[in-house]
Design a protein around this ligand. Sequence first.
Ligand code: URP
Ligand code: ZN
Ligand code: ZN
Length: 462
Amino acid sequence: MSLLIKNGRVITSTADCEADVLVVGETIAKIAASINAADHPNAEVIDASGKYVFPGFIDPHVHIHLPFMGTNAIDDHASATKAALAGGTTTVIEMICPGPDDEPMAAFHEWKDLAAAGACCDYSFHLSVVRFDELAQQQLRELVASEGVASFKVFLAYKGALDIADEQLFELMKTARELGVIITAHCENAEAVDSMQKQLLAEGKTGPEWHEPSRPRSVEADGVSHLCTFAELTGAHVYIVHTSNAAAVSQAMQAKSRGVNVFVEAVAPHLVLDKTYAERPDFEGAKYVMSPPLRDGEEHEHLWRSLASGDMVTIGTDHAPFKFSGQKDMGRDAFTLIPNGIPGVQERVDLVHTHGVCAGRIDLQTMVDVCSTQAAKIFGLYPCKGEIAVGSDADVVIYDPHFTGVFSHADAESQVDYSGYEGMERKGRCELVIRRGDIVARDGRYVGGGGGGRYLPRIPTH
Ligand code: URP
Ligand code: ZN
Ligand code: ZN
């Protein structure tokens, strides 16, 4: 099967030019100013006039199978990856999140088997480390050596559930440095959050609007500083996930100026939504409870500027889908029991186009860089992924920048029962999404069959 994409505006992280793109099988075979269709009689010709031709987008931070806070996120790998593809994301990196008693090897295979049975887009994993005893250490080394695990995840949060003790964190970071594995990290101060949650509840402050005050910006900045100190001492390379505010970014940049290898991720909710959403009446705010929390709207400009300047290098989603009815409402009596997370794997690309590019905050090449290329480079997927180049996987998005509409739950492939972006203006839509040479989404809808996603083993490069 061949595709000939004609007359589009090809946009990568470094180029913006009118060109034709020939796809043969699963691979990009040729890029030229003009490719004659008559020379490729078996190719399906796609007219991309007036459209952007982007490399498939990569979401470096999603949760699909997620046992968390007494429940399990509602998507499975089929629904979440159909949502991803409908929104132009052709590769996801999912967080494997075992509990403190689980063994890393068993957790890895549990997640990998689930993904293999359902995923429609390509996928890889960050492996969360909640224990670092001798057995865990041995299994982690084995997973890196023979299963293509190249990034670990740590939580400086969720005390007693997913957090890791400092003593173990330090040893883990030394090992990561030795193996060339990058540490991705949720940075807060778990002790301070725990204490503030207890204090607020004791004062009768139980609604979702108290989630943000229980984990203020300083708590997050402290977590970033803490992780970066350990990175400085151990030499480990670190990637701070879902960074919500300027103070936290600033801590990372100070560490970077001291020579720490630190990368900073933004996620879509922090760029578009603010804490007033979590203050909505009638418990509606629970839909917007995530950690770190949605902040003051003034943080949006800081984050977009950090993306434009290169201080922040990626935009993920932190897709973490819990239903409002039956899951979020477990926390009606105490905000600490609301499962944390906001869905969004389908909306990310259009949100970034609308609020980033169309709003003049970032240009198209930065959009490609932060939504695709940087993730591929940092996590060892480049140049197979994150690029339009001869030999790269034919993951391509043909994007209509002139489409206008609103975000709506009615368009969602996710199994969650709400959209965090309901009714918000939307500029742009994926007209066609191509996953390794197959057309799998049209006009924002998934049109592929079941499965077809492939595991992407990686080689540690840090
Ligand atoms: O609130 C969030 N972010 N939920 C998912 C788990 C995590 O912390 O990433
Ligand atoms: Zn997190
Ligand atoms: Zn997350």
